[in-house]
Design a protein around this ligand. Structure first.
Ligand code: G3P
Length: 217
């Protein structure tokens, strides 16, 4: 399973990139706002060291304008995936841009039928939002499972990019279901390494080592 990092914080991406944890990056207008950076500048900086897909999202609502924005974003670097919302205009944009050879990430997916129609429109990635479904007492992971089944039934090549990941358990469950990619905030990726018994065990080893009076270096 690939790890994308869901942030426009360049320092946070670099830290995980240096550990080999970054297969790609996703951004959205809210994450650009949080970064305080210009979208074109920060996306270009991310693409200067991340070689995998970097999603940059259009903000227009009409297909004609989305297509123009998508072409401008795609011109930043060859590894840009143009992110479009799962609306009818977004699907039109997906069809045009994917036909021109660009990667397209269709976002704000909350149903299996939306994922099906995005695949038909030629999406490279579909982004179902797990956490936001959980927020309204639906099961985001059920959606990932349904999309996996549908895509496998018909051999769709669209990759399932599980988004709105809030917890380490979301990552594990997506891996078990067979999501192609998870995009998670840096803090969630770091949390994957944590276990209370690891901390407890290390405390014990450190205390016992001190009692030996030995040194390795
Ligand atoms: O990739 C989409 C993601 O950024 C949304 O996450 O936590 O705002 O629902 P969240």
């Amino acid at each position: 399973m690939k790890f994308f990092i869901d942030t426009a914080d360049v320092d946070a991406i670099r830290e995980l990139h240096d550990l080999g944890m970054v297969d790609g990056v996703t951004t959205n207008p809210s994450l650009i706002l949080k970064s305080g950076r210009n979208i074109l500048e920060v996306t270009k900086e991310i693409c200067s060291f991340v070689k995998g897909p970097v999603s940059a999202e259009v903000v227009a609502l009409k297909a004609e304008d989305m297509i123009a924005e998508g072409r401008k974003l795609a011109a930043i670097a060859p590894n840009i995936a143009v992110k479009v919302p799962l609306t009818w205009d977004g699907l039109k944009t997906c069809k045009v841009l994917s036909g021109e050879g660009f990667m397209v990430n269709v976002t704000l997916c909350f149903s299996a039928n939306q994922a099906l129609i995005a695949a038909k429109a030629g999406a490279t990635f579909i982004s179902p939002f797990i956490g936001r479904l959980d927020d309204i007492n639906l099961d985001g992971l059920d959606l990932i499972g349904d999309i996996r089944t549908i895509y496998d039934n018909y051999d769709f090549k669209t990759q399932i990019l599980a988004a709105s990941i809030r917890t380490a358990n979301h990552v594990k469950d997506c891996a078990l279901i067979g999501a192609d990619v998870v995009t998670a905030p840096p803090a969630v990726i770091k949390a994957l390494a944590s276990h209370v018994l690891t901390d407890k065990g290390l405390d014990q080893f450190t205390a016992d080592w001190a009692k030996t009076g030995q040194k390795i270096l």
